[in-house]
Structure formats: C-alpha cells, structure tokens
Design a protein around this ligand. Structure first.
Ligand code: SF4
Length: 208
C-alpha cells in the first residue's frame, strides 16, 4: 500500500470513529486554558478538570491568581502529578500575563514558550485551541500511534514526529487530526490493550 493510500485510510477511519472531537480540558477564559494545558503534563485531562474549577473559583481573575498563595494553590492541585512545580508555574504564568501581556494570551509560539511549563507541545495546543492556528503537537498517544502505523521510526522523538506528520497530512487537517489521534490513543489504540479487533488499520499496523 502506498503512503498516500495509508494516509487516506487513517483519515477516513478516524473520521468514522471520531467525527467530532476536540479539547477535553474544561475552561472559560483563554488564560484558564493556558494553565489547564500546563497542568495536564504527565497527568490526565480528567484529573486536571477536577482541580481547575476549584482553582478558578477561588481565584476569579488573573490578578487574583497572580497574587495567590503558593501553599493554597498547592493544596488545590495536590492530586495531580508534579503539583509543587506546577503550583509555582500557575502563579508565574498569571504574573507574567498581567505584567507583560496586559492579561491577553499571546498567539506567538515563542512568546508562549516563555511561560514556565510551556514547551513546544503546550504552545501548539494553546495556539490551535484559542486561535485556531494549524498545528499538530505530539503527545504520548500520538507518538505511540505514529510508530505503530509506520508513519515514523522507532527512535523518532515528539518533535521529529510532529515534523513528519505535518509533511504527511494536509495543514487543514492538523488540528482535527491532533484531537482524533489523542482520542484514538485514549479510547481504542491504548498503550497496553489496544482494541485491534475493532480497528480498520490493522492491515498495516506494526504492532504484533
Ligand atoms: S491495529 Fe491495534 S495497535 Fe494497530 S493501530 Fe489499530 S488499535 Fe492500534
């Protein structure tokens, strides 16, 4: 099967099983998304969604969050991984937004990556979600699936994977594909027990 045919098979299968998927992090304001995405590193969106309503209810504005008590923020988010460092990042991001950006989340990737805890992947997610700027940030699910489907090599890291996927799929599909692959990885092509019997991509999957 040619690469083009494989790409078409992947796109149509994902459209069939996950036709309408999007970001699973809950937020009401742009800065809340920035903080939620930062908090979601190495933990699940479900666990982030349990703590952010409490955090954003306790500190209702960016200014309040910028002046929050570190101890209090740690208490609120202690159920998620790396909470101590993330609590510092929450306050530092809020402070930086207030002091350097008039409270407005920037769309520039380099600017976003100046926030603590925000790297290439997080910045890509924020740009795609808030500004609808095409991007294809690679998380652990996308990394695993890309290898299984032979789109990338065994030792490709997230950045290489992103570059390769962006060459394979049209830019207009990147945001949708990002969400579809994450859903595929969370609910079907899981790390430990993928549901291969339901998967139409098994013919060219490398997982044996
Ligand atoms: S066949 Fe199984 S391992 Fe391969 S892509 Fe489908 S669900 Fe994932």
């Amino acid at each position: 099967m040619t690469t083009k045919n494989r790409i078409n098979e992947i796109s149509s299968f994902l459209d069939e099983v996950f036709p309408n998927v999007g970001c699973e992090l809950n937020y009401n304001k742009d800065y809340e998304l920035v903080i939620a995405v930062m908090l979601s590193a190495q933990t699940t969106d479900v666990s982030v969604n349990k703590v952010t309503p409490i955090l954003f209810d306790r500190y209702k504005t960016l200014e309040e969050l910028a002046n929050a008590s570190l101890f209090d923020v740690e208490e609120i988010i202690h159920s998620i991984g790396l909470y101590k460092n993330k609590a510092k990042n929450v306050i530092a991001i809020a402070k930086s937004l207030v002091e350097n950006y008039d409270g407005v989340v920037p769309s520039d990737k380099n600017e976003l990556q100046k926030f603590p805890g925000v790297g290439n992947k997080t910045a890509g997610v924020i740009r795609a979600e808030i500004f609808r700027i095409p991007d294809l940030p690679v998380d652990t699910h996308i990394l695993r699936i890309s290898k299984r489907l032979g789109l990338t090599k065994k030792d490709d890291d997230p950045l290489n994977t992103e570059i390769k996927l962006k060459k394979l799929f049209p830019e207009s599909e990147w945001i949708k594909l990002h969400h579809q692959l994450i859903h595929f990885g969370r609910y079907m092509c899981t790390a430990r027990s993928p549901q291969c019997e339901k998967c139409k991509l098994a013919a060219f999957c490398n997982k044996k």
